[in-house]
Design a protein around this ligand. Structure first.
Ligand code: PEP
Ligand code: MN
Length: 337
C-alpha cells in the first residue's frame, strides 16, 4: 500500500500516519519529496481496512498495490492452473465443452441429450437438479433423483457431470453424483457455502454473480481456495446492466481481464449471458476467440417444452453446428476442441 500525503502536510500528520501503520504491523518506507511525502507500507495484515487510512488527516490518496486474492491471483503463481476432472483438463490447450439442459427433467430427456452432446463433442454433461428459480412456483428441479439420472446418462456416454448446489446441506449428495460442483450466480457470495467447498477435493465451477465485479469473483474463489481446495474454475455468465435487449450482458472482456489477474481457468456461459438462443452461437464463438477455457451451453432435445430456460436452449442440431464453428475458432488461436 502506498499513502500519498497532501502537499504541505505537516510533520505531525505524517508521523501520525506512520504510527498508525506501525501499529497495524506494516514496515514503513518514507520518501520525502519537495512537494509531498509518500509512505510505502509493506506487509499488509489481515483485518486492515484501507479506507481507515484514507480518513486520516493530511492523507490525499491510498493506493493498494497488491491484490487481496493471494491464492487466486497471478502474483504468486505465474503459470495457468489446470483443473483435472476425470480425464478432462480445464485450463489446458483444449477448450472444454459442457452442455445439456438447464434442468434435468426426466431420465429419458437427459439420456437423449447426453448422447447428442457427446456425439457433437461435449466432454461434460450439464443439468440442474437444485434450481435457483426467481419464482417459488416455477419448477424447482428433481433434487437427488435428477442427479441420479444425470449420472446415469453421463456414464452411459462417457461424460462427466456438472450441476449446481445451493446449500451446504446438499454437499453429501452432490459428491456422490457430480464431478464438477456448480455454484450459481445467486450464490457467488454465499460465504458459508464457499467455505464448506474449501474442504472438498472436487472441482468447483464458480459463476460470477450478476452484480459482481471481477475482483469480487476472484475474492469468492479465494474463499474456496483458502480452505484448501484449489480446484476452482471461474465462469462468466453475464451481468446486469441497463441493457435489456438480452437477459444479461455477457462480459466477454472479463475473460482477458481474469486471465491477466488470475491463473485460474475461466469458461463462459453464453446461454444465461444472452437469454436467447439466436445469440448463443455468436457469443460462444466470441468467448472462445477471447480465450475462454470452456463453454457451458444449454441444449435441450425439445427446447419448446423445456421446464426452464427453453428460450435460451439450443436445438441439438444447432449445438452440433456450433461445435463445428468453434473448432475453427479454437484452431485459429492455437487451441483445440
Ligand atoms: C444455470 O446454470 O442453470 C444457472 C441457474 O445459472 P446462473 O447461476 O448463472 O443463473
Ligand atoms: Mn438455466
Amino acid at each position: 500500500m502506498v499513502i500519498v500525503m497532501q502537499p504541505g502536510a505537516s510533520e505531525e500528520r505524517v508521523q501520525a500516519v506512520i504510527e498508525r501503520l506501525v501499529e497495524k504491523g506494516f514496515d514503513v518506507h518514507r520518501s520525502t519529496g519537495v512537494e509531498r511525502t509518500v509512505l510505502g507500507a509493506i506487509g499488509s495484515k489481515n483485518g486492515v481496512d484501507f479506507r481507515d487510512f484514507e480518513l486520516l488527516e493530511g492523507v490525499q490518496e491510498v493506493i493498494r498495490i497488491t491484490e487481496p486474492y493471494k491464492l487466486a491471483g497471478r502474483t504468486f503463481q505465474k503459470e495457468n492452473s489446470q483443473i483435472k476432472a476425470g480425464g478432462v483438463v480445464i485450463g489446458g490447450p483444449e477448450v472444454v465443452l459442457m452442455a445439456g439442459p438447464c434442468s434435468v427433467e426426466s431420465r429419458t430427456q437427459i439420456k437423449t441429450i447426453a448422447k447428442l452432446v457427446k456425439e457433437a463433442g461435449a466432454k461434460v454433461l450439464r443439468g440442474g437438479a437444485f434450481k435457483p428459480r426467481t419464482s417459488p412456483y416455477s419448477f424447482q428441479g428433481l433434487g437427488e433423483e435428477g442427479l441420479k439420472y444425470l449420472r446415469e446418462a453421463a456414464d452411459a456416454f462417457g461424460l462427466l457431470t456438472v450441476s449446481e448446489i445451493m446449500d451446504r446441506m446438499d454437499i453429501p449428495i452432490a459428491i456422490r453424483y457430480i464431478d464438477i460442483i456448480q455454484i450459481g450466480a445467486r450464490n457467488m457470495q454465499n460465504f458459508t457455502l464457499l467455505r464448506e467447498l474449501g474442504n472438498l477435493n472436487k472441482p468447483i465451477l464458480l459463476k460470477r454473480g450478476m452484480a459482481a465485479t471481477i475482483d469480487e469473483l476472484l475474492m469468492a474463489a479465494e474463499y474456496v481456495m483458502s480452505g484448501g481446495n484449489r480446484q476452482v474454475i471461474l465462469c462468466e455468465r453475464g451481468i446486469r446492466t441497463f441493457e435489456n435487449a438480452t437477459r444479461n450482458t455477457l462480459d466477454i472482456s472479463a475473460i482477458p481481464v481474469v486471465k491477466k489477474k488470475s491463473h485460474l481457468p475461466i469458461i463462459a456461459d453464453p446461454s444465461h449471458g444472452t437469454g436467447l438462443r439466436d445469440h448463443v452461437a455468436p457469443m460462444a464463438r466470441a468467448a472462445v476467440a477471447a480465450g475462454a477455457d470452456g463453454l457451458l451451453i444449454e441444449v435441450h432435445p425439445e427446447p419448446d417444452k423445456a421446464l426452464s430456460d427453453g428460450a435460451q436452449s439450443l436445438y441439438p442440431e444447432q449445438f452440433t453446428g456450433l461445435v463445428r464453428e468453434l473448432r475453427i475458432v479454437a484452431e485459429a488461436i492455437g487451441r483445440k476442441i
